[in-house]
Design a protein around this ligand. Structure first.
Ligand code: NAD
Length: 470
């Protein structure tokens, strides 16, 4: 099912890197070799950008309805092959099959949602001072999009960018994570089978600092749409900004779940565990901070630690490097459970709960991107809110309370792009714009109709009629 070698896809052809260099991809579950992927360089990226530049005008000539139909065919092909692609995701990430299947379904739904936009690609009309002047705002493609994505839900990340990018009439060059080359390769194959013309989607595999950087720097890439860490995002923004390219950044989070003294503790524990540990905490929306009112702190902590110890659906970390980085960050912390590498092959860390961590420390402020969460004590609502907002990030947040007043106040004052009351720190769907504030992004929203703003630019068209010439 997983080929031994993963090539690039350029202009509809499977091609190897011109430099004939390779990277190894190992299985996170046991550390064994899964496959090799091409280690693309600047020349490979330039070939992909050139193919995209050539293919884009004819693709954009098709109507939005026709492009939507192609997107629908790809989504349906993905649904048809959901088991195969999900199993490939399990191989490359180690996550449980149920989770991978759910992610594949989410990618399909994103495709179907975007396809529907073909018959809903609305513009606007507006008034004008001059008589008989009609003004319309219409969308135009950005043209060539460079799409760079993280590994964590590989197929949804592909779907969130590729579907709206091509639907809006762009051609794209996708640089998947070096940790998840297989699903991107299989997805690109489905696009070809579903009739996406050659060159509309190109895939270059390889490292961020090589293939990714070359894409960001390429003068013919009009839009760089990036999902990944704030550190990479900062470099990308600076670099693409120097040549004034359009840049969309979806970055990390240090998301907080608040447990008030009137919360349903059973419900809070259930959501806190799922939010902190599903996908081994490798989710931009994971709850890596849990802020609990003093009055229920001990009771919540004991129940939460017990539930964390018995949580079995986490899966491994993506790489040995990630595991070592996280273990290093935990050095000296007060560990209530977990905190240790599991005694088995692969990159496993037990669900880890910390307490008594100073909110000002690095550990409280940086994203670890693993199954680690920190419990904080809060005196009251205002104190809890100030802890939540005292973060460089602002992606998602959740509050557990029976009080409408607290829920509404939290929703109003929390600095985040997504807020949930009495649930997890996640729950995005294809029709809901997703993104954050502060260092979680640069103001764009992905998914939802908001995604169309990333992949298209507005054009105002003025028509002046002369009634005397009727
Ligand atoms: P990462 O930043 O290390 O890598 C992301 C992608 O960027 C990879 O494809 C990588 O090869 C590439 N890359 C790295 N450096 C680059 C450079 N200098 N130039 C061009 N490309 C470069 O992130 P990761 O570890 O793969 O993913 C985890 C991060 O992604 C977390 O911070 C997580 O919160 C974030 N994330 C955010 C969202 C969101 O929607 N906000 C969704 C998923 C993940």
């Amino acid at each position: 099912m997983v080929p031994d070698t993963i090539p690039n896809l350029i202009d509809g052809q499977a091609v190897l890197s011109r430099a004939a260099q390779w990277l190894n991809k190992v299985r996170p579950r046991d550390g064994t070799l899964l496959c090799r992927l091409v280690r693309s360089n600047g020349e490979d990226v330039a070939a992909a950008v050139e193919a995209a530049r050539r293919a884009q005008p004819a693709w954009a000539e098709r109507t939005a309805v026709a492009r939507g139909e192609r997107v629908r065919e790809i989504a349906l092909a993905l649904r048809e092959r959901r088991q195969e692609l999900s199993e490939a995701v399990v191989e490359e990430t180690g996550k449980p099959l149920q989770l991978a299947l759910g992610e594949t379904d989410a990618a399909v739904e994103m495709g179907l949602f975007v396809a529907g936009e073909g018959r809903r690609y609305h513009g606007r009309t507006t008034t004008a001072t001059m008589p008989h002047r009609t003004v319309m705002a219409v969308r135009q493609p950005v043209r060539v999009s460079g799409l760079i994505i993280s590994f964590n839900p590989p197929l949804p990340n592909v779907a969130w960018k590729v579907f709206p990018a091509v639907f809006c009439g762009n051609a794209a060059v996708l640089k998947p994570s070096e940790e998840t080359p297989v699903s991107a390769y299989l997805f690109a194959g489905l696009c070809t089978e579903a009739g996406l013309p050659p060159g509309v989607l190109n895939v270059v595999q390889g490292l961020g600092a090589e293939a990714g950087a070359a894409l960001v720097e390429h003068p013919d890439v009009d839009l760089v749409s990036f999902t990944g860490s704030a550190a990479s995002g900062r470099w990308i923004s600076e670099t693409a900004g120097r040549r004034l390219a359009k840049v969309c950044l979806e970055l990390g989070g240090k998301n907080a779940l608040v447990v008030c003294d009137d919360a349903d503790l059973e419900n809070s524990v259930r959501w806190a565990v799922a939010s902190a540990f599903s996908n081994a905490g490798q989710r931009c929306a994971s709850a890596s901070r849990i802020v609990v009112f003093d009055a229920v702190y001990e009771e919540f902590r004991d129940r939460f630690v017990e539930a964390s110890r018995s949580y079995e659906d986490a899966g491994p970390l993506i790489s040995e490097g990630a595991l070592e980085r996280i273990l290093g960050a935990l050095d000296g912390a007060v560990v209530l459970c977990g905190g240790e590498r599991l005694e088995r092959p692969g990159w496993w860390l037990a669900p880890t709960v910390l307490e008594s961590v100073d909110p000002e420390t690095e550990l409280s402020r940086t994203e670890l991107f693993g199954p680690v969460t920190i419990l904080f004590r809060a005196r009251d609502f205002d104190h809890a809110l100030s802890i939540v907002n005292d973060s460089p990030y602002g992606l998602t947040a959740s509050v557990h309370t029976q009080s409408l007043h607290r829920a509404m106040r939290f929703a109003e004052k929390v600095q985040a792009g997504v807020v949930v009351v009495n649930g997890g720190t996640h729950g995005s769907e294809p029709h809901m714009g997703f993104g954050g504030v502060k260092q979680s992004g640069t103001g764009w929203r992905e998914a939802g109709v908001e995604a169309l703003d990333v992949y298209s630019d507005w054009k105002y068209v003025n028509l002046i009629a002369d009634p005397s010439r009727v």
